[in-house]
Design a protein around this ligand. Structure first.
Ligand SMILES: NC(=O)c1ccc[n+]([C@@H]2O[C@H](COP(=O)([O-])OP(=O)(O)OC[C@H]3O[C@@H](n4cnc5c(N)ncnc54)[C@H](OP(=O)(O)O)[C@@H]3O)[C@@H](O)[C@H]2O)c1
Length: 276
């Protein structure tokens, strides 16, 4: 399949591009800078120059492709305004991509976070949160899934808060700057969703069902020789409420229905590799 990918230079997106190319697909990757274009070309993808705000370019990319995987997001959590701007930019981009695909029956795979189910492990059947600092992302993803009734094979791969690989990425990465997380398992699930998932479905890219934030901090603190102590939520700005909440999720249905099986080390195992 010829696949249009946004965010193909990111932690997860670069793994997705490699996974697609390694499994017989070709990739047209959105690239907003020379550096990004060189990176995706080196990976073996074709480049479409432009950013998430260039809606006509997004439509052109989707029009040329047999499927779309969306992963680009301005991961700027420096202030509430920055988060709101990133969410608005992504929401407009998703709407433009989706409209282009209406009536085509082509796959459109987007990304979201796993939902929280108070007192229990969340599943693929639980709805996405549509409130809070990134609630707009949930609403945009729901709109994409709603395109299932308009001839789009739209699906969402829901990521845990921490996706790890080779020393960067995710919220654990932001906490330590050297956390090691696993994007490679996630990449396989994006490919399977593109190839197999029925319209309107959601999937959980969850390998470690429930690492408590406290346990993650304990390993990081031990490895770095730092004390682990409670701090006010505000220490982490707009992300504070997210860090403060354990959010276990299950991927039982995803594993059974799509035959996905993560094979890389768990987060807590991976964090043991942190060097002081
Ligand atoms: N990593 C995690 O732990 C995690 C957890 C849950 C959900 N997610 C979600 O998964 C998705 C991918 O995450 P990631 O960790 O791979 O992100 P990342 O490493 O920060 O990469 C972000 C990607 O988006 C692109 N991008 C950002 N703003 C753009 C814009 N305005 N126009 C065009 N491209 C733009 C970047 O391109 P450049 O190379 O040009 O900068 C890069 O390819 C995001 O939606 C993220 O919120 C990630």
């Amino acid at each position: 399949m010829h696949v249009f990918v946004t965010g193909g230079t990111g932690l997860i997106g670069s793994a997705v591009v490699a996974e697609l190319l390694g499994n017989g697909h070709t990739v047209l990757a959105l690239a907003r800078s020379d550096t990004s274009a060189l990176a995706v070309e080196a990976a073996g993808a074709e480049t479409l120059r432009g950013g998430l705000a260039d809606l006509n370019i997004l439509r052109a990319g989707a029009a040329k492709a047999e499927g779309v995987i969306h992963l680009a997001f301005a991961n700027d959590f420096s202030s509430a305004d920055a988060v709101a701007q990133a969410v608005a930019e992504e929401s407009a981009a998703l709407a433009a991509l989706g409209e282009e695909l209406v009536g085509s029956d082509r796959p459109f795979v987007t990304v979201s976070g796993t939902p929280r189910a108070p007192g229990r492990v969340s599943t693929e059947a639980d709805p996405l949160p549509t409130d809070g600092p990134v609630g707009g992302r949930g609403r945009a993803v729901m709109a994409v899934l709603g395109l299932a009734s308009r001839g789009v094979r739209s699906t969402a791969v829901r990521m845990p808060r921490t996706v790890h690989n080779e020393g960067t990425g995710g919220f654990a990465g932001m906490l330590t700057e050297i956390a090691r997380l696993h994007a490679l398992d996630a990449a396989v699930l994006f490919r399977l969703a593109l190839e197999l998932a029925p319209a309107g479905t959601s999937w959980h890219a969850v390998a470690d069902e429930g690492d408590a934030v406290r346990d993650i901090a304990a390993v990081i603190g031990r490895r770095l020789g730092l004390p682990v102590e409670a701090v006010p939520q505000e220490t982490y700005g707009p992300l504070g409420p997210i860090f403060a909440t354990d959010q276990p999720s299950s991927s039982t249905h995803t594993r059974q229905a799509l035959g996905w099986e993560p094979t890389h080390p768990s987060l807590l195992e991976d964090l043991e590799n942190i060097q002081p």
